[in-house]
Design a protein. Structure first.
Lengths: 453, 472
């Protein structure tokens, strides 16, 4: 349907995009007692860390190999070795996730080789899983880094099952980076209601959901454990959410023989009907009463809300999978997608209900949003929204100027219902009161015109 | 790289810096760049520092030449306020891709400068060099020079690849760029005997505006603030000021000293944090101006304003004393701010049980000792785990620090106040100290603390009808 075009500008103005390096780092944060490590200059880590702190309003574990000018030229082996030893000694993690940056990739540091040498030299690192992932920040974007890190964890950690014996209720879930800690909690409830036993990789609901720990740690405060990742081969099914996770799901299938089912999105009535049908089928459990009621509530909300959504023009900027979910769902609510801007190529882009999907930035969005009724993007859309006097619905990372980003739920019948209320209320609040001139602009006497000008 | 290398050396060997001069000549050459420990480092890079120092200049295009890691995660993130243009909040970057890495990014950069000028027509473009283009050999200075010639506008190269060092070094390299390319390139329309520069003040949360009305009242004109709420032309004309105040001492000392050397502008190191410090700074500004030829009556007028404002501020802080008396505060912040804030907190009845001295000079430390007396607990580096333990054991009632340690305090269910760059409240001048004390009071007296420290229902031992755990 949609034409996918690439912005022909030289200068990116108000970037929509974030790097693959920190996308990968966030994926490692969904593992219990882990420490993401960026192999780059210390600014690479510092900028990403501050971004996550502002978004989640939580302490963020993230370290750097602190490459200096000399290390950049001579290679970063010593820095990586020292960083791993320092982290091991200071924070006793179970996993260190090593993400490259533009600097180390251009230099051509061979991380796999480095790690072999370091392992051989330092037996004290034996108890710590080390997973490296290639995430140059001049290639791909946030969701690509996230997906790559998950794939690498599967490759490095998941054990090939010795027998065909499977845990009949166990399901692996591979959520895309647009799935929030709140979404994961919602999905866990849904799967458990079908007597299934879901395991999420990564699981940000354990680490970045805002719980109060009893002890302070410098690593992640929860999430899937490395032991659980190792045993993912014992599940019966893998469910991937978002096209970005297809690669990881296929890797897991090749590795363990577990079939996968991919849901492009879990926002909207039809999308969740499909989920319910699938869960009922694989579990043999009829759809629980709770969700039958929730489906009714969603339908009611759709009817109540459609008055406000119908015919509204929406400009959206988001990474491909989030753009896919939001644009299709808004279209299903009767909105017209006036503009769609995204970061990178993806197979889902062509299906988006709009004439053109642009790989661009928030300046592109601002230009295309003129005359729209709603802007949907992350917090950086705030300047454009202010200038254009259009309400902004914040979604995705970063969301630094509103509370509760980690608990924003858009999956399931209930999540979709609440999304109708949240966005619907923005539209209701923006309704323009009619004036005597609304329908028929009055022809003013000349002196009025003078005072007006 | 060789020019950048010599620039870094030069910046390190700063005669205006007392710490540097106290060193032996060999150590002096090594510079003050902390050796970063891989895997145990915190803080930004040189590029980060340069952007912090210059981005408050409101009306220019700040263009970052690098891949998306450098600009994509941090733009529009700091609270420097503007009284005019908002162009500084618009983000410009080349967002280098694989093609640029292979073929070089110079053309991309040149076209980007051109595009930005065509669309936004700024008085100047500031171009920041980052690690990746420095590695592949993009010649920043040459591109800027060519673009400036073609476009007829100043295009300022700021050569600060992150890997050359810390944020602090970046602050200084940014200052060097101003000295080399901006300051002294234009003439002001008129000058007065009351013209000053304020150097190293970034107008975070509008703090400059807490002080500026007092200067306005005294007839003192800020010719240029470098760089809070500054316009390009103001900085370019700042060499005609009569005197200068250097605010955040470590960040831009090279700018103040070199402006004294080149243009004969005397400067002093002062602070607008704390009541006594604000008065001292106003006094020093007046003195320097009078020494440079302003009428001596300025001194009397200044004293009158100081007397009035101090009385007003202390008067407004007094009502808090009852509520704050005996409360213990833990202070974690950098450099100068420590001792100047301590004084105000003590005046409000708080006991400061400890402060960090990580970024403080020996002088700063002496002053802290003097002010805090036997209570002085100075931490060079406190690991988050230890900090958490201190707070959990309720050795303090409130922590004041930067965003990095915010959640250490909050997870220990301890009141916390942001006193670093990302804060939302302005704490400068007399107004600012009253605001600080009021914020501390608000944080301490909020009813949530009592509620959230109560045990959960399942922590209640029913058989003994008492709490099974004790909460501090």
């Amino acid at each position: 349907m949609a034409r996918v075009t690439i912005s022909d500008k030289y200068c990116t103005v108000n970037p929509l995009k974030m790097s693959a390096s920190i996308g990968a780092a966030l994926a490692f944060m969904g593992v219990d007692n882990s420490m993401p490590l960026l192999h780059g200059s210390q600014g690479c880590t510092s900028f990403g860390l501050v971004l996550f702190v502002r978004h989640f309003r939580e302490a963020i574990p993230m370290q750097t190999t602190a490459l200096s000018e000399v290390a950049t030229v001579l290679g970063g082996f010593d820095n990586l070795e020292q960083a791993l030893l320092n982290i091991a000694e200071r924070t006793h993690p179970t996993l260190i996730g090593i993400c490259t940056t533009g600097i180390s990739e251009i230099k051509g540091d061979d991380l796999t080789g480095f790690l072999k040498l370091i392992r051989a030299k330092h037996p004290k690192l034996d108890g710590i899983s080390l997973v490296d992932v290639s995430t140059p920040d001049f290639q791909g974007a946030f969701q690509d880094g996230w997906a790559a890190a998950v794939t690498r964890m599967i490759e490095e950690l998941v054990e090939i099952p010795r027998s065909d014996a499977r845990l009949s209720r166990r399901v692996n879930i591979l959520p895309g980076c647009h799935i929030t800690p709140g979404d994961i909690d919602e999905l866990r409830d849904i799967f458990e209601a079908f007597s299934l036993d879901p395991v999420f990789l990564p699981d940000l609901s354990g680490s970045l959901d805002g719980h109060i720990p009893t002890e302070f740690t410098s690593t992640t405060l929860g999430g899937i454990s490395v032991e659980q990742i190792k045993r993912m081969g014992s599940a019966c099914w893998t469910v991937a959410i978002g096209e970005q996770m297809r690669g990881a799901a296929i890797t897991l299938e090749h590795h363990t023989g577990i079939p996968y089912k991919l849901f492009g999105r879990l926002t909207g009535l039809a999308a969740n009907d499909e989920l319910m049908g699938f869960l009922s089928e694989i579990s043999g459990v009829p759809v629980p009463r709770k969700y039958r009621r929730q489906r009714g509530q969603l339908i009611d909300a759709m009817m109540d809300g459609h008055f406000y959504f119908g015919g509204k023009r929406v400009a959206i900027a988001a990474e491909p999978d989030l753009l896919f979910a939001m644009s299709h769902w808004l279209h299903e609510m009767g909105c017209e997608i006036q503009a769609a801007v995204t970061t990178e190529q993806s197979p889902v882009l062509e299906s988006i209900p709009v004439d053109e999907v642009l790989l661009g930035d928030l300046e592109d969005l601002e230009q295309r949003a003129v005359g729209a009724d709603l802007i949907v993007t992350h917090s950086h859309g705030r300047q454009a929204a202010e200038r254009l006097h259009i309400p902004l619905f914040r979604i995705g990372i970063p969301n630094f100027d509103r509370l509760g980003a980690g608990q924003q739920v858009t999956v399931g019948y209930r999540g979709t219902r609440d999304l109708i209320f949240d966005i619907g209320n923005l539209l209701v609040a923006d309704a323009h009161e009619p004036t005597p001139e609304t329908w028929m602009p009055r022809i003013r006497p000349p002196q009025d015109l003078v005072t007006l000008q | 790289m060789s020019t950048l290398g010599s620039k870094v050396q030069q910046v390190f060997n700063e005669p205006g810096c007392a710490t540097n001069q106290a060193k032996k000549s060999l150590d002096r050459k090594k510079g003050c760049n902390r050796v970063l420990a891989p895997g145990a480092a915190a803080g930004g890079c040189a590029f980060d520092g340069a952007k912090i120092a210059l981005q408050p200049i409101t009306d220019v295009v700040h263009l970052i030449h690098g891949p998306i890691n450098c600009e994509g995660h941090s733009w529009d993130g700091r609270g420097a306020k503007s009284s005019g243009s908002s162009l500084y909040r618009t983000s410009f970057t080349t967002a280098m891709n694989e093609q640029d890495i292979i073929f070089g990014g110079e053309k991309h950069l040149y076209q980007s400068i051109k595009e930005a000028v065509r669309k936004y027509n700024p008085p100047a473009v500031f171009v920041y060099q980052t690690c990746v283009p420095a590695m592949i050999g993009d010649d920043l200075e040459a591109v800027c020079k060519a673009a400036a010639k073609k476009l007829g506008k100043p295009v300022i190269p700021i050569n600060v690849p992150g890997f050359v060092g810390s944020k602090n070094l970046g602050n200084k390299l940014a200052g060097e760029a101003l000295l080399d390319y901006v300051i002294g390139t234009e003439e002001p329309e008129k000058t007065t005997p009351y013209d000053i520069n304020i150097i190293g003040e970034y107008n975070l949360s509008g703090e400059l505006w807490q002080v500026k009305p007092l200067l306005d009242e005294l007839g003192i004109r800020i010719l240029a603030c470098i760089s809070g709420d500054a316009k390009y032309h103001e900085v370019a004309r700042s060499h005609r000021a009569r005197a200068a105040m250097m605010v955040c001492s470590k960040a831009m000392i090279n700018v103040a000293r070199k402006m004294e050397e080149r243009y004969g502008i005397p400067y002093f190191e002062g602070s607008f944090y704390g009541i006594g410090d604000t008065s001292d700074s106003l006094r020093r500004i007046a003195q320097l101006l009078v020494e440079r030829g302003a009428p001596a009556e300025l001194l009397d007028r200044t004293e009158a304003v100081i007397e009035r404002e101090e009385a007003r501020a202390w008067g407004r802080i007094a009502p808090f004393k009852a509520r704050l008396a005996g409360k213990r505060a833990l202070l974690f912040t950098g450099g100068v701010k420590s001792w100047s804030v301590v004084a105000a907190m003590q005046e409000a009845g708080l006991t400061v049980i400890g402060t960090s001295v990580k970024k403080s000079t020996p002088d700063d430390k002496e002053r802290i000792k003097e002010i805090m007396k036997e209570d002085a607990h100075m931490f060079d580096d406190l690991k988050p785990r230890e900090m958490y333990k201190m707070l959990k054991e309720a050795q303090a009632d409130i922590m004041l620090s930067g965003g990095r340690t915010q959640f250490v305090a909050l997870k220990a269910k301890m009141p916390w106040l942001d006193i670093n760059q990302e804060r939302h409240h302005a704490y400068a001048g007399y107004e600012g100290m009253v605001a600080l004390v009021s914020e501390i009071s608000k944080a301490l007296s909020n009813p949530i603390w009592e509620q959230i420290r109560k045990p959960a229902p399942w922590e209640f031992d029913i058989t003994r009808n008492e709490l099974s755990i004790h909460v501090a």
